[in-house]
Design a protein around this ligand. Sequence first.
Ligand SMILES: C[S@@+](CC[C@H](N)C(=O)[O-])C[C@H]1O[C@@H](n2cnc3c(N)ncnc32)[C@H](O)[C@@H]1O
Length: 441
Amino acid sequence: MRQDINDDDDDDDDDDDDGVDGDGWGAAGVEHQLGDVVETDALFAILKRPLPITFRVNRTQPGVEAVDADLQGFQGDLTYLDWCDAWQLNVGNVADIKQRTKPGSALHEWRQWLAARGKAKLIERQEVVSMLPVSLLQLEGHHRVLDMCAAPGSKTSQAADMMLARGAKVSKTTDGAAPGCVVANELDARRARILIGRLRPFAQSPALNIQVVNHKAQTIPASLACFEGQKNEKGFDRIICDVPCSGDGTLRKNPGLWAHWVPHYGLSLHSTQLQIALRGIALLRVGGRMAYSTCSLNPLENEAVVAALLRQAPVKLVDCSSVLGSLQVLEGLSSWDVIDDTGMVFSSHADAIRRSRPKRCVHRFRKSHFPPSDSARAAELRKCIRVLPHLNNTGGFFVALFERTSDPWPASKSTEHAKKKSLDKQRVVRELYNNRKDVTL
Ligand SMILES: C[S@@+](CC[C@H](N)C(=O)[O-])C[C@H]1O[C@@H](n2cnc3c(N)ncnc32)[C@H](O)[C@@H]1O
């Protein structure tokens, strides 16, 4: 199981081993989770090719003008990506460049340029799809931002850079604008240390408060969401909820995944992902926004989690089409099958409970694994964003943008039932008390 799959700062281990023809669940599993309207030939063809190099310019570093000038003058297959203010170099990957370019050639010089600017923190290598959540959140300098599962820190540093470029301040400005801050959480202590290293360049710039914390994302304390000067509104303005996932969208970077993919990943990760996302909404202020994302294409880790959130939490989905620029995307799925590791397909929770074997394992299936039966809610899921690798020559990715709509949470059926039972009990006790003369003990 890949908990940390979109560590997108190390492309060096990419190679041309396609692995795509591997048998077992890989190809069948991927096909199973794509929905109907997908050009599978184009998709499988691109999965055999290495990822292009993508990077963004750290807008707040001194010397950035020279980087911009170099990029403008570059003669070659370099594309500017408007929707995330980043660049894509279409020459394969670093491993390719290492092998294919000779010293003195244009590509060799380009490779040295990338390495030197990366070391000076003027540019940041980041897989392009991984830039989506922060781009959609449209951060401002004054925002209070939480990154719930932050290591190794690609999205946190993208967020910090964007906030600094948009006027983040550590203290209240003379015009009364609030100071922004970023709280980056990571459960794994070793990875939290990597995160700290990644964020160190921002610590040298005293313009933004950055805090790294080490909690289970499901139980991040509410005290972290209380800010000085924030009156009736508790909570973060923006949340990056980039959950641990099966990582099957990263097949181009990790072809080895083909051999290991099993449906069980989605079935088991779903609950953790949902709990993390529910905690995120609890820490979000009313009107605040949260981007839920995975580098998986599995609807159980994606749309199924989104559908459960829409049902259980005070949120709505935000339509992001206007900020996607030239990025080609597919809408979210509104129906999908649930399969088990033996390949059995189940159409509903009741069906899974009835037919799944062995019987002692039926608890693996949850109602929230299955598509919503309510057609309006299912249609709402189309606002989610799926990026498939062949659409923009990228990895696979999923993101949904939520907005918190109210403070109280919708009462679930079980809470209402428990409340009613408790009221009934109180009534019986009151009646017994009022008529106590009639009661024989
Ligand atoms: C998909 S990676 C995050 C990548 C990161 N957002 C980035 O862009 O660099 C998921 C991270 O969540 C961490 N993680 C796993 N379970 C967690 C939990 N319950 N609470 C917090 N973090 C968790 C993993 O250690 C891993 O670093």
